[in-house]
Each structure stands twice: as C-alpha cells, then as structure tokens.
Write a new protein. Structure first.
Lengths: 208, 208
DNA sequence: CAAATATTGTGATTATATTCACAATATAAA
DNA sequence: TTTATATTGTGAATATAATCACAATATTTG
C-alpha cells in the first residue's frame, strides 16, 4: 500500500480526524468508536474505517480506537513536524488576524517571520514580531529554515510576492488572495477563499 | 437536466468561474475560451465545458464565450442576489479582519449587522458598524431580513451562538471555528479552516 | 462559394471515491 | 469455558467525477 495510491479525499480527511481526536483528549476521553467519530464530523463510520485501513490497523474490535494512540499514529502518518515554521507575507487586516490566531500553535505551526512592502510597517512590531522588508525574505527564510509561506497581500501584488517566495526556496504556499496562483512544478499551494463558500450557500438556499 | 442531478463538484466550481470572469471583465476582455479559463484556474478545458453543459449552451463554436454573457448566466444559475445580507457573530481579531475585507462587497455580499457577547464591545462601532448584543440577534436579523450568518467567535462559545443563530431563523452559516457544527435539518453550513490546509501542505512536502 | 480550421458540446470510457455486506475477532456474558 | 455480541477491517459493488474522443458547427481563408 504505497502512499501514492491513497485517495486524495482520504488524505484531506486525516486532519479532521486529528482535530476531533485532540478535542476528545482535552475531554479526557480514552477510547472512541468510528461511529461516534463519524457522527461528530458529519461522515460515515465506514468511511473513517476505510480511510484508516489504507495506513494500517489501529483499532481494537469490539472496543474502538485508543484516542491517544490513533492521534500519535496519524501524526506520524502525516509527518507533521512539531515545529512547522511559517512566514507571513502581508501585514494588513488579514495578516494581523492570522498573527493573533491561536490555532497555529495548537497544531504545531508557528509564524517565524513576517514581511511587508509598506515602509511604514517595516521594522515595526506586530503581535510581538518584527516586520521585515520583502527584500530580506530570501535571507530570513533561509536562515530560519522556514518551509511554508502564507500570502495575505492585496490581490494586485500577488505576482510580485509569489516571485519572491519562489526565489526564497519555499515549496508550500497557503494563499489567501482571490487569485489562482500560476506555479512552476514542485511547488504546492492551497487557497483559502470563503466568498466561494458564501456563493455556494447562496446557491443552495436558492435552489432548495 | 434537473438541478439535483448536477455534480456537486461542478457546483463548487461555478463561483471560481464567476471570479475569473469578473477579473477578465475588469481587464476589458470580451471573449474567453475554455482553454484559457482552464489554464488560469488550474483546470482542464473539457471540465469547464462539461460543467457548463449541465446548464445549457453558452459558447460560440470557434470563438469561445462572451465574458459578460457567461457571467450573467452564471449569476442567474447560481441565484446570487445582488444584496446578499450577512451578519457577523464575534468581533475579535478575525471578525474585524472580515469587516475590513473588501471582497464581500465586490461579490454582492454585505455585513449588515455584527454581534458580540462582550459588554465592552456592545454599542461600540467597528468599521463603521454598531455592535449589537447577541440577545438582540433574533430581532435585528428578522428586521434587516438577513439570510446568512458568519460565526467568528471562540470555539468554546460556538454551541451557545449556534443556538441563537438557529432561533433567529438563519438557514445558511459560514463557520470560522474549528468545531464541526451539529445542525438540525434544513440548515446548511460551510466551514473555513486553513490549518487543515497547512497540515495537508505539510503532509505533501513530507511524502514527496 | 467551398474547404480548412478552431472551438464548443457531449456520449462513452475510465478513474476515483463511497457505500455495502460481511468475515474476522476481541470482549463480555452466560 | 462456551456462546453471544459489538466493533473493526476489507473485498466487492455502486456511485460520482474526470477524461477521452469526436461530432457539430461557426468562422475564416482561399
């Protein structure tokens, strides 16, 4: 069962499982069944068991899954290092909201550098972190060994920033602009766009 | 071809198409081919043509699609009113970033009311909008005829807020918390979670 | 006007993902 | 200890989505 044959849809769900398992642990739960996990995530129990089966056998028949053990296994499977370093491009409203977001640390991510083009921001501190010029990006990213970049700049400047990011050797990008990124091979990006979801909601409320 | 038989994956892409068409219009483009549209969105031309074919014939062989016409058709198909009214629950970092986000207006959405539980915030103005108590939510939402709610409160308070939202008659929810929402029938929610995407990026950079 | 061509639109095919149905089996009960 | 039972794990079946291959046809060219 090589990783490459694992359904993409399965991989996307793994972090959902981790999230729910963390919640259960915070409630001092020790064991959970696929059915309960499914209910709390809006999935089916079969789907969860099948997903897990691609990677091995983690449950105990008749009892369920040891919550801590399963989480540990998923962490190993996903290879999420505990020190995933991020850098942030763009220190506006959204950038600052991200800086204030506590979910990163909980999940083993931390924003280690922030960049902007605005001379009024460069050198200043945001949420305790110094803002660098984008011109320093390459050097800072290499020095701090950062692997993932977040783009939170205005749509218009995304091309320019993308070029800098790629030159810095970054291979993984989380994109908050509305633009679809044109990427060279070997670089992976995911986009976050909630207005798409709003339109979807609007569509369904209209057609139902 | 009843709407119910249209692939879900197709529907999710419709707003991508709209987004790209708006961009083309802003660049004074009149016509676009499925191939170009596909390239700019990272899809295939066949997929775009097939998607559109579920709703009718909008192109012109040999030329392509009239950008304005196609956008107008998609708008009709999706039933996106030009005055989709939103309300926002939670006036923290994230809530304020959303208030400052210009993409809403561009897409025909507008935040018409904001709510919080914090007495220090109630009555104050954020981005020019008065913050109401969540106790007033039902009344305000009914009066302003708001159809969609955004949840941007801390995870711990989501159950309480969800109850208020449902009692207010809201049927569509955009959820920014990490929690999966347990919803009664007839209510639809979409969740925005970028840490999931970070983990996915981390997974792929690790396994590749 | 006829031929060549580019592009759409779509039935058929293939690939991907989900669900079903049930064997395997650890645990609890008798 | 034996039997009953609940739950996992999984091959097979089904459903969903993407891609292929090409017919249809509007436009351009000769």
């Amino acid at each position: 069962m090589p990783y490459s044959k694992i359904p993409n849809a399965t991989i996307k769900r793994l972090s959902l499982y981790r999230k729910q398992l963390r919640r259960l642990i915070s409630e001092d739960r020790e064991v959970v069944q696929s059915q309960e996990l499914a209910d709390s995530l809006g999935l089916t129990s079969t789907q969860i068991r099948k997903d897990l089966s691609y990677f091995g056998k983690f449950g105990c028949r008749k009892k369920g899954y040891d919550v801590n053990l399963l989480l540990a296994n998923l962490r190993k499977i996903m290879g999420v290092a505990t020190d995933n370093k991020l850098c942030l491009f763009g220190c506006g409203n959204l950038g600052n909201a991200l800086l204030g977001y506590k979910g990163f640390e909980q999940r083993g991510f931390s924003i280690e550098a922030i960049f902007d083009t605005d001379l009024n921001k460069i050198g200043k501190f945001f949420h305790g972190k110094r803002c660098y010029s984008v011109n320093q990006a390459k050097e800072v990213i290499k020095r701090k060994n950062i692997k993932i970049a977040i783009i939170a700049v205005p749509d218009e400047t995304v091309d320019e920033i993308l070029e800098i990011i790629i030159l810095s050797g970054i291979k993984s990008i989380l994109n908050f602009t509305q633009r679809h990124l044109q990427l060279p091979g070997g670089i992976m990006a995911r986009s976050v766009d909630f207005t798409d979801k709003l339109e979807l909601l609007s569509y369904f409320s209209h057609t139902k």
